[in-house]
Ligand binder design. Structure first.
Ligand code: FAD
Ligand code: SF4
Length: 511
């Protein structure tokens, strides 16, 4: 009979974990679909579908490999719908003498499991997930009391893993190709056809509906969830990315286009975050492909990609563990406005916002610049409470898990940590939007106007944001030029802009 109970959380689908190297008759693995997880925030329906489908596959694969698995389906009558209650249930059902789990990536679950282990009468042990390239505490140890800097952490990681290095110097002599990765997209090159993963999730949709799980967003077209839900599919997506998208990944990394919502982005975040893929295998695959195709793929493309995974992804995790739980309370700019209801429906006349919100509702995905410079930027300029912004981002994207969501949202996008992650607030007016996308071409608003009828809301909001927060931001050297321009602005012009922006903020629901 089972003596050891091992918990696998929904984002711990790592089949290469050392746990699975040996089959042990008396070890029971448990995975659970529970209301605790479907309900802690209102999720996009496709996010829950992707998690459940991937968990079910993973459980099946473990069983096929000869491991013993107990799977709590959402409608299993024995399911207590609570992580700890389900664990207790199994501990009573079987003569369990030992409980083991992998360290959760979320503070919420970390605390819950620590407390649980303190209160059970049997031995327990936490294991590393064997996924990340840095430890929870590495970032904090690297910087100590010094200011956190992505660039310094990223370089250290490049050295540590000997990635794109020649001795202790960066290959080609340059660490960073960011400046070359800012091109607007207008079909200079064709966008490759998307990989199609025909995952029929009709049964899971029925389950969520029967169990009355509250969700946002649209169901997948024809019940087909085109998201990697097994390691095999995740590897197929990785292959598709390196062969077809990597050659232009960096060049068009910041671009946005109405007809090409994903451009050359990998869409690997879900597979990475639930650990179907290991970050090192993703990096190695990209680098080998680049080495074998140097005439087709430039270093700028591959460095841009490496920076996201080896740099930003690990950096955000380090910030999360160094600063939680206080991080979730940060609100440096004191923002408190409600999130306009059109964030949940896409019903706004601002074409940039409508495009990104509708896309997010349709597929539970938007790429980085859409998240940062469209929906994030607009919420920031409107002065929306970071709590509300966080809730939206945590719910709507299929890759949203708090460690990577909150640091990107509250930190990078909302500047609520006062500049710990971002060295300046990421704000933009129509000028930027028009430079990096074709959204302004078919907009109700006039991208050139700062005030008056149909003036683009972002233009006045952008200046009023900086004017409103001048005491906190004017000393920031990275936006010195903004404040120089503000100081040269004619007082009448400034007054008109401020009045226009205030009107827009007071009428944000009707934008
Ligand atoms: C406001 C906001 C909220 C975000 N919320 C999330 C989230 O909940 N979950 C999430 O995984 N990412 C989040 N990001 C980061 C980033 O937008 C997504 O990782 C990316 O869009 C996923 O698409 P992709 O796989 O095509 O990425 P690509 O552009 O192809 O990049 C490759 C990989 O690099 C990693 N990566 C890239 N940028 C970041 C970043 N800033 N932080 C951490 N990892 C990064 C991801 O694993 C990604 O899959 C957020 C960004 C912003 C601005
Ligand atoms: S004109 Fe303004 S609101 Fe319209 S798409 Fe451009 S930036 Fe967005």
């Amino acid at each position: 009979m089972f003596q050891t109970l091992r918990l696998i959380l929904g984002d711990q689908l790592n089949s290469n974990h050392s746990w699975f190297k040996e089959k042990e008759e008396r070890t029971l693995y448990v995975l659970m679909e529970i209301r605790q997880e479907t309900d802690y925030v209102v999720h996009h329906v496709q996010k829950i579908l992707a998690f459940f489908a991937a968990m079910r596959n993973f459980a099946q694969e473990l069983q096929n490999a000869g491991h013993k698995v107990f799977y709590f389906a959402l409608d299993n009558p024995e399911n207590q719908q609570d992580l700890c209650k389900n664990l207790e249930f199994l501990m009573h059902k079987f003569p369990i003498r030992r409980f083991e789990y992998q360290l959760p990536d979320e503070y919420r679950l970390d605390t819950q499991l620590k407390e649980f282990c303190q209160n059970i009468p049997i031995a327990s042990q936490a294991f590393d997930t064997e996924h990340f390239l840095s430890k929870r505490e590495d970032l904090d140890q690297h910087f100590g009391a010094k200011k956190y800097l992505l660039e310094s952490f990223y370089r250290q990681m490049r050295k540590k893993y000997n990635i794109l290095m020649e001795g202790d110097q960066p290959l080609t002599g340059r660490w960073n190709y960011d400046a070359e990765n800012r091109k607007k997209f207008s079909y200079q090159v064709p966008v490759p056809k998307e990989l199609y993963l025909p995952n029929n999730v009709a049964d899971l949709i029925e389950l969520l509906q029967k169990q009355k799980v509250r969700t946002i967003g649209f169901l997948p077209n024809n019940n087909i969830l085109n998201v990697p839900i097994s390691r095999k599919q995740a590897l197929m997506l990785l292959e598709h990315f390196v062969n077809n998208l990597l050659p232009y990944f960096g060049t068009y990394e910041d671009a946005m286009h109405t007809q090409e919502p994903h451009l050359f982005h990998s869409q690997l975040s879900f597979a990475l975050n639930v650990k179907l893929l290991h970050p090192l295998e993703v990096l190695e695959k990209a680098i080998t492909t680049w080495q074998n195709n140097a005439e087709k793929i430039s270093i700028a493309q591959v460095e841009g990609f490496v920076r996201q995974i080896l740099g930003w992804r690990e950096y955000m995790r380090g910030v999360y563990w160094a600063k939680m739980p206080d991080y979730a309370q940060n609100n440096y700019l004191g923002h408190s406005a409600p999130l306009p209801s059109w964030y949940w429906t896409g019903k706004t006349r601002m074409n940039c916002a409508r495009q990104v919100i509708m896309q997010s509702l349709q597929e539970a995905f938007a790429h980085h610049i859409q998240r940062l410079m469209v929906t994030g930027n607009i919420a920031l300029l409107l002065g929306v409470s970071p709590d509300e912004v966080d809730k939206w981002y945590l719910g709507i994207y299929r890759d949203a898990i708090e460690w990577v969501e909150i640091t990107n949202t509250r930190g990078m996008s909302q500047y609520a940590d006062g500049g710990l992650i971002a060295s300046k607030p990421y704000t933009a007016s129509a000028n930027y939007m028009d430079k990096m996308s074709n959204y302004c071409e078919n907009c109700y608003y006039d991208k050139k106007k700062r005030y008056g009828e149909k003036a683009c809301p972002l233009n006045s909001l952008y200046w009023e944001f900086h004017y409103r927060h001048r005491e906190k931001l004017a000393k920031n050297q990275r936006i010195r030029i903004v404040y120089q321009m503000l100081s040269k602005m004619h007082p009448t012009e400034l007054q008109k802009i401020v009045e226009q922006a205030q009107w827009y903020r007071n009428n944000a629901e009707n934008l």
